[in-house]
Design a protein around this ligand. Sequence first.
Ligand code: DC
Length: 224
Amino acid sequence: MNKKINIAIDGYSSCGKGTLAKELAQALGYVFIDSGAMYRAVTLHMMRLGVDVADEAAVERALEGVEVGFLNKGDQPAEVTLNGISVESEIRTIEVASKVSEVAKIDAVRTKMVALQQAIGLQKGVVMDGRDIGTVVFPDAELKIFMTASAAVRAQRRFAELIAKGDDVTLEEIASNLAHRDQIDANRENSPLTLTGDYRVLDNSELSREAQFSMALDWVNQAL
Ligand code: DC
């Protein structure tokens, strides 16, 4: 009854992976980890230092000064930290989004982040969302969900999110950023986003939040 499992949620950018992961973690009393936030924090560090993210050797050197962690917020989802300080809002900008896929394809960056993620997963009872969670980070996860939604729906959702935050962006800008990131994330050499046969596929283009949650919760109960 008290068995705890790890749940991997992978998929393209802005599919609502984080929303579902948070809801599941809260319902189950599990830890939610946004692995994308970790790559974003590394990217923010590079931007602050003025490191050219296309220069892999420079990124690798600067990586030594990066410590990514999480700040426990009790009932609320943990906030990602960069060298001990929460950067939760600084990492959600279009500037970071436009560089993060370049940074996330660098081997040294992935090795460092995956080691951290795997250490967190040892305790079980973790819901982690990203691109390679079910394939690389937790290949033995008891439940793997692959989320997808149409490109238009995803762009519209992310646009609404950023506008609500007061960001000055256009829908076209968001759509092209998403397409660019999908392209890199699914085609990079190291741990590309890949749909393998052991995932449950959840297309939420036309699903309500409640419907997607109840579908995922059924899968959790089957996996427990
Ligand atoms: O989920 P997100 O949009 O916050 O992720 C930001 C970027 O980080 C995304 O473009 C791809 C990368 N990423 C990754 O390569 N591996 C992960 N496990 C999570 C994110």
